[in-house]
Ligand binder design. Structure first.
Ligand code: FES
Length: 85
């Protein structure tokens, strides 16, 4: 059996506070880009309410706060650069 320790995903909080701050359109922007090998997940509360929309990139545990749909392509670029294998 092989443990999957390098699962790459982007969590976009879709809980109440982040939703009020526009997280649905941030999730839509990530989904539209459909990044190969990266799972995009609309998550529950990430515990940083009030700073949203909150985005968490794993496995590197990189946080982004106050994300706008227009920030998404820059986040994806950074993410792909840092996660080159
Ligand atoms: S509602 Fe998004 S971090 Fe809590």
């Amino acid at each position: 059996m092989t443990a999957i320790s390098n699962h790459r995903c982007v969590l976009i909080c879709q809980n109440r506070t982040c939703r009020k701050q526009g997280s649905a359109s941030v999730l839509a922007a990530f989904t539209r880009l459909s990044i190969p090998g990266v799972e995009v997940i609309g998550s529950g509360c990430l515990g940083k309410c009030g700073n949203g929309p909150m985005v968490l990139v794993l496995p590197n545990t990189v946080w982004y706060s106050g994300v706008l749909p227009s920030d998404v392509s820059m986040i994806v670029e950074q993410f792909l650069l840092e996660n080159k294998e």
